[in-house]
Design a protein around this ligand. Structure first.
Ligand SMILES: Cc1ncc(COP(=O)(O)O)c(C=O)c1O
Length: 411
């Protein structure tokens, strides 16, 4: 695409109809959706071409762990969405790499930032639990020291970066479950000055709300299991970055082999086409539900960046284009029992971990996403037994609100 196109347009078209004649495509017709190339390997008209493709001198596909056209289509779309506004994708050199899960993508992003023996990484203490455990257990066993910081306290980050000289700083654009919003532009200034890589997990933000690479981040990670695919039917991950990290991510994927299969890639790419529409609706629904819950007598506190009392309300208005589809709230009634009673009383909202689906999902963070943490650490992070998190779907907001209110009414 020569002409810059807007995000909504790119979400629908990017990556599609990219096959050249002779790439297994009949010259007289062109499928409008990239087919599922269920093939382990790819042959060429002659072995010299195979040699050039394997040697990287000619574009093409050889062995599916190195690349697959269906996966490539999804990657091209993601690279386009994570690319600075108005840019066609390749000009800034942003590339995207699909992985078999968000965790495989996270692992590759961390390794690409050269987290090797003797390196220190500064991680947000609010990080997704498995990412923190991956750093401490897997990278820790290889001599990497992980230090944690309140990533939403810029003064604390600045101090720790100066003191520890970390090789990388890892944050989430929007955190779970209190929905803290990272000041990525400011964080990128701090990391750039210190020569550290800024890795942003943009799973909760998606390229619709923020493109961290535009704001100075070095590497973006997604659990594509969530909003990007959006229908709760697959596990996938993505890394988006430019030089010098892209070559390392590509090599790691090839060697570690956590590749996404063509069936999942096709589904994820189909989901991606409606991402802007879904996000718009989910943000609007979440805002309406959050506003309604604020005045519910059974609720002590509502967390949503659209609310003026949210600690990052101002930051959200500055660094996000909308305030996101997740809402969490504390019940007035303390303890796990009330939270479980509420969740069990839901009739429409689905009680299940994960987020970003078309369905509204409800979970109890203390026994799901934050289960592995000690009660003291959960308390420090503000994850009490009375906290419930909603990932708001695309249903009619009145139906979702009515379900929540009837369940609260049973307490
Ligand atoms: C913010 C975040 N990052 C990464 C992951 C891991 O993704 P996956 O489950 O696709 O491996 C998750 C999963 O919940 C997540 O919430």
């Amino acid at each position: 695409m020569d002409q810059p196109r807007r995000l909504e347009t790119r979400a629908v078209h990017s990556g599609e109809r990219r096959a050249k004649r002779g790439d297994g495509q009949n010259g007289s017709f062109c499928p409008i959706s990239t087919p599922i190339y269920a093939s382990t390997t790819f042959s060429h008209p002659n072995i010299e071409t195979t040699d050039r493709v394997l040697g990287g001198e000619e574009e093409g596909y050889s062995y599916a762990r190195y690349g697959n056209p269906t996966v490539g289509a999804f990657e091209e779309a993601l690279a386009s969405l994570e690319t600075p506004d108005g840019d066609a994708g390749t000009r800034t050199g942003v590339r995207a790499f699909a992985f078999a899960s968000g965790m495989a993508a996270t692992h590759a992003a961390l390794a690409a930032a050269e987290l090797t023996n003797g390196a220190t990484v500064l991680a947000a203490e609010q990080l997704y639990g498995s990412t923190a455990t991956l750093l401490v257990q897997v990278f820790g066993a290889n001599g990497v020291e992980t230090r944690f910081v309140d990533a939403y306290d810029l003064g604390a980050v600045e101090k720790k970066v100066a003191q520890l000289e970390p090789r990388a700083v890892v944050v989430e654009s929007i955190s779970n479950p209190l929905l803290r919003v990272a000041d990525v532009p400011r964080l990128s200034e701090i990391t750039r000055d210190a020569g550290a890589a800024l890795i942003v997990d943009n799973t909760f933000g998606t390229p619709c709300l923020q493109r961290p690479l535009d704001l100075g981040a070095d590497i973006v990670v997604h659990s594509a299991t969530k909003y990007l695919s959006g229908h709760g039917d697959l596990i996938a991950g993505v890394v988006a970055c430019g030089p010098p990290y892209d070559a390392a991510v590509e090599q790691l994927r090839k060697l570690v082999g956590g590749v996404l299969g063509p069936f999942e890639a096709w589904l994820a790419h189909r989901g991606l086409k409606t991402l802007p529409l879904r996000i718009e609706r989910q943000c609007e629904n979440a805002r309406r539900i959050a506003n309604r819950l604020v005045s519910n007598p059974k609720i002590a506190r509502v967390n949503h960046p659209s609310l003026e009392d949210h600690p990052d309300h101002e930051t959200a208005l500055r660094v996000l284009s909308d305030t996101g589809g997740l809402v969490s709230f504390e019940l007035k009634e303390e303890g796990r029992e009330a939270a479980f009673e509420f969740l069990n009383a839901l009739e429409l909202c689905v009680k299940a971990p994960s987020l970003g689906d078309v369905y509204t999902l409800a979970i109890h963070p203390a026994t799901s996403s934050h289960r592995e943490l000690s009660p003291a650490r959960r308390a420090r992070l503000g994850v009490g037994e009375n906290l419930v998190r909603l990932s708001v779907g695309i249903e009619h907001p009145e139906d979702v609100a009515a379900d929540i209110e009837q369940a609260l009414g049973r307490l």
